[in-house]
Design a protein around this ligand. Structure first.
Ligand code: SF4
Length: 321
C-alpha cells in the first residue's frame, strides 16, 4: 500500500465521522487551499463565510489569474509548437499570450474560467476583463521567470481549461455522491505520475507569503494531490513571482498527515457552522484580521487590529510587549 492509499484510508473515515455528527446536511463542502488555510488559522472566520465561502469561491480577477495564465500558456505551447516545425517554442510574451487566449476563449466551447471570461465579454465588462488580463499576465511572467524557459523537462501544466474534455482538474471525493470535494490547486507537475511517486508538484504564487503559509501550503497540496492523482508526490516546489523564491519541500508521511488533517478540519468546521456559524470564542486573531471580511462582527479581531499586535504583524514580541 502506497502513501496515497494510507492517506485515503485515514482521511475517508475521518470525513465520514465529521459528517455523521452533523445536526443537518451541511451542503456542498469545497476543500481548496483558501478554505483549508481559513479553517486552520481562524475557524471562526471560515464558519462565518456562508454559502459563498463554503462552496467553490467563484471567479474574480484575483482567483482567476492563475487559471487564465495556465490556460494561456497551455494554448501557447500547443499552437506555437504546431507552427514551429520542430523549432524550439519561443518564450511567451505574457501580456500578448494572455490577451490572445482571452480573445479566443469566447468563441470556444468554453468551460471553467473560460466560460466566465466569455460571460464578461458578452456583458461588455471591459473593466473586469482588463483586471483579469493584468493579474494573469503578472502571474504568467512570474511563473516563466522562476521556472525558466524552456519549461523544465517533463513539466505538465495542471488545472488547465481547454476546448473539449481534455483539461485536467485534479479532484477527489471521499465517496461517490459525497458532498465533500477536495481540489488540488497545484499549477504543474514535473515527472510522470507512476506508482513509484517520483513526481514533483509545483505551486506558483504571484507574490511571496510567510513561511508558515508555505509549509501549510505544501502539506495541503501534497495531500490533495496524492488523493486526486492516487500517488503521493516526492516533493512540492513553491515559487513566488515577485521575489523569484523557489522552495522545494520534500514530502514525507508527516507532511501528508498534516495536509490530510487540514482537509478533515475544513469538513469539521463546516459541520460546526451548521450549528453556530461564527463564534467569537473560536476566533484566533492574527495579521489576517487586517483584511478579514467578517471583522465588523468580530470583537476579538477588532481588538487585535486596534491593539499593539498589529504593529508586530507576525514578528516575535520583544521583551514584555
Ligand atoms: S477578524 Fe480575525 S479573529 Fe475575527 S474572524 Fe476574522 S480573522 Fe478571525
Amino acid at each position: 500500500m502506497g502513501a496515497a492509499d494510507r492517506l485515503r484510508e485515514t482521511v475517508t473515515p475521518a470525513v465520514d465521522a465529521a459528517l455523521e455528527i452533523a445536526s443537518a446536511p451541511p451542503g456542498a463542502v469545497f476543500v481548496g487551499w483558501a478554505a483549508a488555510v481559513d479553517a486552520a488559522t481562524c475557524p471562526a472566520r471560515y464558519r462565518a463565510q456562508g454559502e459563498d465561502g463554503w462552496g467553490f469561491p467563484g471567479w474574480s480577477p484575483a482567483t482567476a489569474a492563475g487559471a487564465v495564465a495556465r490556460s494561456a500558456l497551455d494554448a501557447h505551447l500547443e499552437v506555437t509548437d504546431a507552427d514551429q516545425a520542430g523549432q524550439p517554442v519561443p518564450a511567451p510574451a505574457p501580456v500578448e499570450t494572455v490577451r490572445r487566449w482571452m480573445r479566443a476563449t469566447g468563441t470556444l466551447d468554453a468551460r471553467g474560467v473560460g466560460a466566465w471570461v466569455g460571460e464578461l465579454r458578452a456583458a461588455g465588462d471591459t473593466a473586469t476583463l482588463a483586471a483579469v488580463a493584468a493579474a494573469a499576465s503578472r502571474w504568467l511572467g512570474g511563473f516563466v521567470r522562476v521556472v525558466g524557459w524552456p519549461l523544465p523537462q517533463g513539466m505538465a501544466l495542471l488545472n488547465v481549461t481547454r476546448e473539449g474534455p481534455t483539461g485536467t482538474a485534479p479532484r477527489w471525493w471521499p465517496r461517490q455522491g459525497s458532498p465533500v470535494c477536495v481540489a488540488s490547486g497545484a499549477d504543474a507537475r514535473i515527472g510522470r505520475v507512476t506508482g513509484a511517486g517520483g513526481h514533483t508538484l509545483v505551486v506558483h504564487r504571484a507574490s511571496s507569503g510567510d513561511d508558515d503559509d508555505l509549509r501549510r501550503r505544501a502539506g495541503f497540496e501534497a495531500a490533495a494531490g496524492a488523493l486526486a492523482l492516487r500517488v503521493a508526490p516526492a516533493a512540492v516546489t513553491i515559487t513566488a513571482g515577485d521575489t523569484g523564491e523557489r522552495a522545494r519541500i520534500v514530502v514525507d508521511e508527516g507532511l501528508l498527515a498534516a495536509g490530510g488533517e487540514m482537509i478533515v478540519d475544513v469538513v469539521r468546521q463546516r459541520v460546526v457552522a451548521v450549528e453556530r456559524g461564527h463564534d467569537a470564542a473560536d476566533a484566533r486573531p492574527s495579521r489576517r484580521c487586517r483584511w478579514c471580511e467578517v471583522r465588523a462582527d468580530c470583537a476579538p479581531g477588532q481588538a487585535w487590529v486596534a491593539g499593539p499586535g498589529r504593529w508586530r504583524g507576525g514578528l516575535p514580541a520583544i521583551g514584555g510587549g
